[in-house]
Design a protein around this ligand. Structure first.
Ligand SMILES: C[S@@+](CC[C@H](N)C(=O)[O-])C[C@H]1O[C@@H](n2cnc3c(N)ncnc32)[C@H](O)[C@@H]1O
Length: 312
């Protein structure tokens, strides 16, 4: 199949997961299995890995790439937001580490044929899970102008959201918007030339990101996962999350902070009476980012942010 992906921050991921032989780990985003393979190498003949991905291409690739470890690997085609059900279905109460590496794999971007890239003329699909309800084509051709503006502002932080949504609605009245290039052309033409000249990124970058996030409900899934991960970790178990933009990082940072709180008494109480306990401890007071060499060797990793926590 030729699945392509270079894993981001591999050394840092192994460091924060603090892998121990014979323990059970979850890779919630198998992708090209680079991280999974490194985890399996570290946890020895008795360690076990539950590998999850919502993209069937990734699961098919994992059957091949991880075949040497197949006795110790369980592959699950599902969303990591469903981790509580996935683990209970496998009769596993808790695990010793969970890795989540969100975003797109290089395969999805350039080899899946699903319209994730504005540089390729492909059907406007953008579903990571091809069983998901709505494609990008559906959103772009069916949502109201107001709904499109909301998605573009919220998930793309695109300042020309209104103009772009307006032009999409004008254009789709003449002819349905069917391909990634159709959409990229409308977006590009909606941004004033002087602003386009100043931008370092392709003018359609933010809109493609926004639509992909909406199609895959990426932030909702991450929030659901972050609400339950601590119940699925053994004491001393680790969480390691790699995100690619500030919207995702904010969710991870906020949830870890909430779980670190050890007192919810009003500030003017002379002493604590709430009996609240810290659930996790953050291992990354400051977000961890890739070094210069990694960014040079793997430019796709340039905006990666890593946060980690340990269950207390
Ligand atoms: C950046 S790649 C992961 C790369 C992987 N860590 C490696 O070393 O090759 C992201 C993968 O996560 C998957 N993914 C993203 N969100 C997901 C979710 N909510 N549930 C399951 N898989 C998800 C994507 O389908 C994609 O294959």
């Amino acid at each position: 199949m030729g699945y392509k992906h270079i894993s981001a921050m591999p050394d840092e991921v192994l460091h924060y997961l603090d892998l121990r032989p014979g323990k059970i780990y979850v890779d919630g985003t198998l992708g090209g299995c680079g991280h999974s393979k490194a985890i399996l190498e570290k946890i020895g003949p008795d360690g076990r890995l539950i590998g999850i991905d919502q993209d069937i291409d990734s699961i098919e690739n994992a059957k091949d790439v991880l075949s040497a470890y197949k006795e110790r690997v369980t592959l699950v085609h599902d969303n990591f937001a469903n981790l509580p059900d996935i683990l209970s279905g496998l009769n596993i109460e808790a695990v010793d580490g969970i890795l989540i590496d969100i975003g797109l794999s290089q395969h999805q971007l350039s080899g899946s044929g699903r319209g994730f890239s504005f540089q390729k003329d492909e059907p406007l699909d953008m579903r990571m899970d091809i069983k998901a309800e709505h494609t990008a084509e559906y959103l772009v051709n069916v949502l109201s102008e107001k709904e499109l503006v909301e998605i573009f502002f919220k998930y793309g932080e695109e300042k020309f959201s209104r103009r772009i949504a307006k032009n999409i609605v004008i254009r789709r009245k003449e002819k349905a918007i069917k391909t990634s290039i159709d959409l990229a052309e409308i977006v590009t033409a909606s941004i004033p030339v002087k602003n386009r000249m100043k931008q370092k990124i392709h003018p359609a970058t933010r809109i493609f990101q926004a639509i992909r996030i909406a199609v895959n409900k990426e932030l909702e899934r991450l929030e659901t996962f972050m609400d339950s991960f601590h119940e699925l970790l053994n004491t001393d178990g680790r969480l390691c999350v790699l995100t690619f933009h500030s919207l995702e990082d904010r969710i991870v940072k906020k949830k870890i902070k909430e779980l670190e709180i050890d007192c919810i008494c009003p500030k003017d109480f002379p002493k604590c009476v709430c009996d609240e306990k810290r659930i996790v401890k953050s291992l990354t007071r400051r977000v961890v980012i890739p070094g210069k060499k990694e960014i040079n060797d793997n430019p796709m990793a340039r905006s990666t942010k890593l946060r980690a926590a340990v269950k207390l």
